[in-house]
Design a binder for this molecule. Structure first.
Ligand SMILES: Cc1ncc(C[n+]2csc(CCOP(=O)(O)OP(=O)(O)O)c2C)c(N)n1
Ligand code: SF4
Ligand SMILES: [Mg+2]
Length: 289
């Protein structure tokens, strides 16, 4: 157990985000959550792809892996599988996670890797100057979609629930208390945890502002049954206004790491095991025949 404050998890350098960017609030609340959970930076790996949201691992204390656009999840899965004792946290943008990384999003849900995924959903490609993303609302005018977005809007919660995700939540970080609570529950969850976060991009999305999110969200009722998949799916389809909170969670499903053959009779983390060159060569040679 470590007695750190949220400030201790901050990295000293300045953050390359616009003043008022929604990613700042996530940065603050996430640090508060992990400090209150007494998590050691030595035991956390922050993983991301590319984008404004994906800068997060560089701004928070812990190990980090910053990979290719859309490719945070396979890296996170591999890190967790090679050392299941690590806490693996992904910070990703809506474009990176649901667009370029969409296939990985589906695959990791199916596998139930024991990782926590925080999706910074500003409904826009922020870093590349405001093109429509999978979550952009229909009609949103952008420098590319000059007559407005015509694509259907991707619904990450409904997709995650339908695919069998074991923890599915949405937050609006302007509601700091609920957001911190959901962050902690997601990190504690055994299995794939998705937290979609409504954050504002003050420079590239003038429609879905902090005020807009505030006016268009409400907390799920206290009697919402988090174990009821149909109720969760029904809530995930609601958008006027959007519910926030934990839509669905289940704890019975085995994780990807638990299902790994390598861990069936041996709990020693893969990274600690000797590398069997002969066995590997045999496997590669067999593919060549
Ligand atoms: C394979 C690939 N496609 C496209 C890009 C260009 N690119 C970099 S970041 C980005 C969009 C990031 O948007 P999002 O993930 O929503 O994060 P945000 O900047 O909005 O936080 C794009 C399209 C890239 N680097 N690699
Ligand atoms: S462009 Fe948008 S996402 Fe990027 S730092 Fe500025 S406000 Fe944040
Ligand atoms: Mg984005």
């Amino acid at each position: 157990m470590i007695d750190f404050t949220a400030k201790d998890y901050d990295m000293p350098h300045s953050k390359a985000w616009c003043p008022g960017c929604g990613h700042f609030l996530v940065h603050k609340i996430l640090r508060e959550a992990i400090a209150e959970m007494k998590m050691s930076p030595d035991n956390i790996v922050f993983v991301s792809g590319i984008g404004q949201a994906a800068k997060m691992p560089q701004y928070i204390k812990g190990h980090m892996f910053n990979g290719l656009h859309g490719r945070a999840l396979p890296a996170a899965m591999a890190i967790k599988a090679s050392n299941p004792q690590l806490e693996v946290i992904v910070n990703s943008g809506d474009g990176c996670l649901y667009g370029e990384g969409g296939n990985h999003f589906l695959a990791q849900i199916e596998r139930n890797s024991d990782i926590t995924v925080f999706a910074h959903n500003n409904m826009i490609y922020g870093l590349t100057k405001g093109q429509g993303s999978p979550t952009s609302p229909k009609g949103l005018v952008t420098p590319v979609q000059i007559d407005g977005v015509t694509n259907e809007t991707f619904n990450p919660l409904a997709v995650a629930i339908a695919m069998g995700a074991t923890f599915v939540a949405r937050v609006f970080p302007g509601n700091a208390e609920q957001t911190k609570h959901v962050f902690k529950e997601a990190i504690k969850h055994r299995g794939f945890a998705l937290v979609d976060m409504f954050v504002q991009c003050v420079s590239m999305n003038k429609t879905n502002t902090f005020k807009w999110y505030k006016e268009n969200t409400y907390e799920l009722d206290a009697d919402h049954n988090q174990g009821d998949k149909i109720a969760a799916f029904t809530r995930a389809l609601q958008s006027d206004p959007y519910p926030t909170g934990i839509f669905f969670k289940e704890n019975q499903k085995a994780t990807f790491e638990e299902n790994c053959a390598a861990y069936k009779n041996n709990s020693q983390p893969l990274y600690e095991r000797d590398f069997d060159m002969k066995k590997l060569k045999k496997l590669i040679d067999a593919r060549r025949e």
